[in-house]
Write a protein that binds this ligand. Structure first.
Ligand SMILES: Nc1nc(=O)c2c([nH]1)NC[C@@H]1CN(c3ccc(C(=O)N[C@@H](CCC(=O)O)C(=O)O)cc3)C=[N+]21
Length: 286
């Protein structure tokens, strides 16, 4: 089989830089007002802390403010809701990122209903979800889902009429992302743990998105010739290293382009969060 070194890496940094420019132009219209992001974390999960750190770095680099709120793992459901309500109502807070999942004793569903849709930057409220599913772009989509679309747009990869396979049906990536693809006029297949022939469904995709949350579950056997492979997964492998849902190296000579992990979609997710923050602030002040 022909083995080239022709696969193009779709790097997130370039996409993030383009979003930064956009954000700064919008920021300039706010007459010096600097929006503030509230990051809400319950407990000390390493996963949450990594994302929080990444988000804080991104906000700093984009010139945006962050206010961190950290609560103990054993905070009661009632007290957390009380604290959440204060942040939600605070006029000095333009947008909210709540790290998830919350500890099991806190009812996340209730928070989804409580959060002000205008501050719900990661698209967890019913109002934003409905808008995303209705194709109404005034709703905030989950940042990771939107980041996938941003990567494809930044690299001028056409979506219209393309066969897209999304592996994963979560409410944070798979489902909303599938709707964003439909809005771009793609033909979407959603795969999950009960899909009968995952290899076949993936192999015929022109754009393959891995969003299942299982380290290196997809390799070249799942990728069609010249496919564009987008890896949303952020896992830690047995050696403690960050790795995606896709075995990137194995795609060489088969896929035409692929996002690496780290350095792919992850870098774009926090840029989208920043974009949403400035949008939220602009709307609240307009
Ligand atoms: N509402 C919510 N949305 C999330 O998206 C969310 C969450 N809660 N809770 C926690 C998980 C986990 N997660 C991570 C993201 C990046 C890194 C990470 O390590 N990022 C590296 C590199 C990333 C890359 O370049 O691909 C960095 O920022 O330097 C880890 C974990 C997000 N999550």
């Amino acid at each position: 089989m022909e083995r080239g070194t022709t696969m193009e890496a779709l790097k997130g940094a370039a996409v993030s830089a383009a979003i930064k420019e956009q954000v700064q132009n919008r920021l300039a219209e706010l007459d010096g007002y600097i929006p503030t992001l509230a990051i809400i974390r319950v407990g000390e999960k390493p996963d949450d802390i990594s994302y929080e750190k990444g988000a804080m770095k991104k906000m700093a680099s984009f010139g945006l403010n962050v206010q961190s709120y950290t609560f103990p793992e054993d905070i009661s459901d009632a007290l957390f809701k009380e604290e959440f309500a204060k942040i939600n109502a605070d006029k000095a807070i333009d947008g909210i990122l709540m790290l998830r999942p919350l500890p099991k004793h806190i009812c996340e569903k209730d928070i989804e209903k409580m959060i002000d849709p205008a501050k719900d930057l990661d698209g967890i409220s019913p109002e934003n979800i409905a808008k995303v599913f209705a194709g109404d772009s005034t709703g905030f989509a989950p940042c990771t889902a939107e980041a996938v679309i941003e990567v494809l747009k930044a690299y001028n990869i056409p979506m219209q009429g393309k066969r897209v396979t999304v592996v994963g049906r979560s409410m944070v990536v798979g489902k909303p992302l599938s709707m964003l693809f439909v809005k771009e006029n793609a033909t979407v297949t959603i795969c999950h743990t009960r899909t009968a022939d995952l290899k076949a469904e993936c192999s015929r995709a022109e754009i393959l998105v891995a969003a299942a949350g299982r380290a290196r579950m997809l390799d070249s056997a799942y990728a069609g010739k010249d496919a564009v492979v987008i890896d949303v997964g952020i896992n830690v492998d047995e050696n403690g290293r960050l790795c995606g849902d896709v075995d990137y190296e194995s795609l060489e000579g088969i896929a035409s382009m692929a996002t690496p992990v780290p350095g792919g979609v992850g870098a774009v997710t926090t840029a989208v969060l920043a974009k949403h923050l400035v949008q939220a602030a602009a709307r609240a002040r307009g």
